[in-house]
Design a binder for this molecule. Structure first.
Ligand SMILES: Nc1ncnc2c1ncn2[C@@H]1O[C@H](COP(=O)(O)OP(=O)(O)O)[C@@H](O)[C@H]1O
Ligand SMILES: Nc1ccn([C@H]2C[C@H](O)[C@@H](COP(=O)(O)OP(=O)(O)O)O2)c(=O)n1
Length: 249
């Protein structure tokens, strides 16, 4: 395959990243914005004592980092270059707290959680070059004793052989309401109708893109969380995973 110089440099740098352990078990959790994937992934990982991958954070960090460096978000190769060279680490937060996200020396946990950053992330996530640049970085998270990975294409593209696949969803209205409460707690003031429109726009972009669109893997179990409290979702999923793992000789 002949690659453009930018692309070739990017894939050479990506190949220097650590590789994961392809035999470690993986739980994938995909779904649209506000469906509860992040909450479920973190609480399940904590219960199983497994690692967690918040793949959306990688897209958010790439977008934020590109915009901070003045890179044109319309320039796919330049954004992919940022994705390849990200100096990012994730630190476990306190009980019930999200993972801390560190870019270089800076804690950008709150900065990447704004709706504006989510929208930028969704915009740059349509570029195949960016997705490719982040692929190996995501697969490197697969380590013993296991990994819980959440995002849009965890079960379809990044970990197609995962042992457990879930797709969590909820109505757009319920998701907007949840996000509204969440952002309010973080001190971000947004109007609910505006948020609902933003969520619908993001759903449209994430499901309609050509590369790795948001959709349930064929072998994923779909869970509608519209009327299920988060703890009930966790108990349901954890029971399936634990039962299967305990059946093994
Ligand atoms: N099953 C649920 N029922 C009610 N609220 C939930 C549920 N799951 C998550 N939440 C809340 O909804 C908000 C969005 O959840 P989050 O896990 O961040 O969604 P996602 O990662 O899918 O965008 C958070 O404030 C979270 O506490
Ligand atoms: N595996 C992933 C994860 C996120 N993305 C893109 C598309 C999403 O709209 C943005 C932000 O994702 P993130 O999971 O952080 O957003 P939500 O918490 O669901 O609102 O990144 C993706 O394309 N593929």
């Amino acid at each position: 395959m002949i690659q453009a110089p930018d692309q070739q440099a990017a894939s050479e740098r990506a190949s220097n990243l650590p590789v994961g352990n392809p035999t470690a078990p993986v739980v994938t959790i995909d779904g649209p914005s506000g469906s509860g994937k992040g909450t479920l992934a973190v609480s399940l990982a904590r219960r199983l004592n497994w690692r967690v991958l918040d793949s959306g954070a990688l897209y958010r960090i790439t977008a934020l980092s590109a915009s901070k460096q003045g890179v044109d978000l319309g320039h796919a190769a330049a954004v992919a270059n940022i994705a390849t060279t990200l100096d990012v680490s994730f630190l476990a937060g306190d009980q019930g707290q999200p993972l801390r996200v560190i870019l270089g020396q800076q804690d950008i946990t709150s900065e990447i959680r704004t709706e504006a950053c989510g929208a930028m992330a969704s915009t740059i996530a349509v570029y195949p070059e960016v997705r490719l640049a982040l692929l190996q970085r995501q697969r490197a998270f697969q380590e013993a004793p296991g990994l819980v990975a959440d995002g849009r294409d965890m079960g379809t593209v990044v970990f197609p052989n995962a042992q457990f696949k879930f797709y969590v969803t909820a109505s757009a209205e319920v998701r907007a309401q949840r996000r509204y409460q969440q952002l309010k707690q973080q001190g971000e003031i947004v109007r609910l109708p505006h948020l609902l429109r933003e969520i619908q726009k993001r759903d449209e972009r994430d499901t309609q893109r050509a590369e790795a669109p948001l959709l349930p893997a064929e072998d994923a179990l779909v869970i509608d969380t519209s009327e299920l409290p988060a703890l009930q979702v966790l108990d349901y999923v954890a029971e399936i995973v634990e039962k299967t793992l305990n059946q093994k000789p």
